[in-house]
Ligand binder design. Sequence first.
Ligand code: Z5A
Ligand code: MG
Length: 214
Amino acid sequence: MPRGALIVLEGLDRSGKSTQVDRLVARLNAEGYRARLHKFPDRTTAIGQMIDAYLRSTAELDDHAIHLLFSANRWECHSAIEKDLADGITVVADRYAFSGIAFSAAKGLDFTYCLSPDTGLPLPDVTLYLTLSPETAAQRSAYGAERYENVDTQTAVRAQFAKVAEEVARWHGDGRWVEVSAEGSVEEVERDIWGAVKGVMVRVGDEPVGRLWE
Ligand code: Z5A
Ligand code: MG
């Protein structure tokens, strides 16, 4: 049985990740693939509840501590993800380790430090990075009330995501980080995402799952 693929959507605030992950899961199902959605942070776990309180600013945490909690929130899900992949279920993730690096490095934490706690997590077969100009983002909806939902943070995060893309290419070669313009309509973005994903579904076959930053 071919394994499932690990497909990650990343991007700035309001680039449409949550809109598109639902559509991607539905499209995969319609094409005959079993697929399951994972959102990061997963706010349902004990660690996820601490992260949720931090994001809603009802709790304060040291920058290193929250960085490690975001990573721990991925580690507590990794065996479920790996089981799904082995069982032939494709996992679609709404954000992953790359958000963890970009947001913490944007606050000034050392970039190499930011990579380290996620070392060894399942390597995404492809990460689709949804790109959106600040002008279009501003037209979509007002910023929410959560921490990081402001222009300065989002600008700093954008710069860090560019470094993350270079790091993915350096460690894991070309083709694992694909930029998709999120400027178009929901349907146009969905079409471009499917265009990038369908080849991955054929390619992964019985390739072993890789390890991040290894
Ligand atoms: N974070 C971190 O620091 N470290 C980590 O390790 C991780 C995360 C994993 C919470 O994330 C915060 O945690 C996040 C990063 C940090 N902080 N920020 N910013 P989250 O994923 O829970 O945040 P979210 O609020 O769910 O996602 P989002 O980025 O704000 O939005 P989105 O999912 O990309 O967009 P959307 O909800 O699909 O769409 C936004 C709006 O645009 C909505 O009104 C849509 O109807 C509309 N939309 C979507 N697509 C289109 C198109 N194509 N045209 C027009 N309008 C559109
Ligand atoms: Mg979202």
